[in-house]
Structure formats: C-alpha cells, structure tokens
Write a protein that binds this ligand. Sequence first.
Ligand SMILES: [Zn+2]
Length: 376
Amino acid sequence: MSQNLTKLIEVSRHYGKDKTFVIAGGGNTSFKDENHIWIKASGVSLETIDMDGFVCLSRSNLKVVSTKTYSQESSKREAEVKADLAFAIVSEGNNRPSVETSLHEIIDFKYVVHTHPTLVNAVMCSNNGERVCSELFGDQSLFIPYTDPGYILFKKVEHEIKLFTTKFGKAPQIIFLENHGVFVAADNISEIHSLYASIIEKISSKTKFILPADDTKPFSSLIIDKIQELHPGFETFTASGVESPLIHHFAKDYNSFLKANTAFTPDDIVYCKAHYLYLPACSGENEQIESAVISFADFFSKYSYIPKVLVVEGKGVIAVEDSIKAVLNVLEVYMNILKISFLSENFGGPKFMTNAQIEFIDNWEVENYRRKMAKS
Ligand SMILES: [Zn+2]
C-alpha cells in the first residue's frame, strides 16, 4: 500500500474516533492522484476503517457525471448517477462508494476530509450561519446554502467552486455546507489538521454560551418498562432513557422542547427520523402511561411512523429502536441535536431543515441504504 493511502487511513481514523467531529459513523474521506480516487465506502465507519473500507474509482470515468445530462425526475436521475459511479469503480468487492464521491472528485486537492463537527454545525444550523462564516473566514472558505444532497448538491458545489476560483484566483480549501457540515481539503495531512484547528479555534472564540454538562445517567420510568404496551408497532422494540443537565435544559417545558423538536441535518433523519415526541408531565405514573398512549396515536396519525425520540417533561430523553445498538445511535445523534441547538444560540438561534427538505431525505434511496447499513 502506498504511503498516501496509509496516511488516508490514519487521518480517517483520527477524525473518525473523535466524537466532536464524527457522530454515529458519519463523514467521509478521500485521496486522489492523477488517475484514481480512493473514497470511503457508504456505510463504513471512519473510526475503524482500513483499506477494505475504501473504493477506488477511475477519475476519467467519474468526469462523466460532471458533463452528462441526466433525467429531470429525481429518483430516476439518482439511479442514473449511481450507475455511472458504479461504472467508474476499479477496485474489487461490493462496496458502494460514498454518495459524495463526485463532490470529492471536483475538489482539486489530494486529500479531502469531510466531517460534521458539533461546533461547526452550531454555526451551519443557525440563523446567522452565512454571515458568521464570512466574518470569521472571509475568502478562506466557501459557504453553500442548504441544497438537497446527491447530484443537485454536487452541481451546486461545482458551480460555486468555479465562481470562487475565478474571483479569488485559488480553489477553496474549506467548504461549509449549511445544515450539514464541512469539507476540508489540502495536498498534505498536516495542512488538513491545521485548517481544522483554525476552524475550531475561530468558532470557539465566538462562543459565549458554553454547553451544560452532558454526561448522561439513566432514569427510570414506567414508560420505558411498558413501552411495548404504548403502541402496537412497539412489539419488538427496546427503549432506554437518559438524563443530564443538557437534557433538562430542553425537557423542562414545551417551549424549550421546540428548540430541539426536529432535524438539523440529513444524518439526524437517518438515525432519529425528523420529528420527536414530547410527553407532558402527569400527576402520576399511570396517568403518564394513559396520556402517552394518546400522544403516540396522535403522532402516528400525523407522521405515519413511530417516534424514535421521546422527550419526557422534567425527566429526560427516551430512545426507542429495534436493537440496543440502534438505541445508542439514536441517543448519540439526538444528544448532538441538543448540543447544536444550545450552541446555535451564539449565532442567532437554531435553523432547522424545512418540511420540503425533510421530505426529500425521507424518499431518498441513498439514505435508506445507509439506514440499513447503520443497523447491520
Ligand atoms: Zn456529510
């Protein structure tokens, strides 16, 4: 294996194991030389990645995606793009290259490290995100307003990189994506690290409201014990409840919950779905169960799915999923939503995904594939 690929594995694991950069297996990395690009396979976790977790593609075959005209209809178009990506693969095995492969290809640096850092997303998922980026990073970075992921996002970023390069005479090494995360690019790893360090340092310097402690501890509730009785769909489900000072900040009343009641990023939807259920406090535990049964039924008739996240007023957060591993993922991602929401107050308050943006993700085959991989 070449030195460059060894370095790619190292940098992938470095950011992959750091929970402040990568939450629940998100993010992706790549290395390219003149003819080939090695990119993380979809559904593989950066934390433990080795060479088998990367897919190698021919760059000349990948260029087709930039120039070809695809179908107007989005599911058809995504299938056509997927087929062209598959055609460009030169490595063996059944791994599917990351959905962001074409995006990595057009970033004209050898290494690209894409992550979803909590602190960066506090800015990306805030009302003043774009302004804060331009104040802090000026012509050092490119800001992309939220765009549906996949081919449309790729074309948008391609266009913006061209404009940026013409304007500033250099390609951007930091690309911020609203309600998503950041791409950092360089020709060597030490520059990747120094760019990330400068991003974190600059955003930290503007952060006045500091997170309350988030070390969670379990809480007991009849709702957890009787979860299977609350809704017919819960038959095979398992639940776990936690509390912390951070959770109490959002669970103390309904208005506080409204600052964490829906998704900030496509990844939030992959793990937690887009809407969360608030259960108001009741005088006794039996009343709490009766009221929860009604709340579940209302939620189900409104969204046609069972909630994965329940926020119990004054108590804590309960995650519901079909395995312990999935429950832990839901908790990790929802805790991150709480952190982003809290920190976004430094930058004008939370900015959630819109209903139309949520709907696109819910119907997207790529994310359904990732959902499956995350569970397996
Ligand atoms: Zn991403």
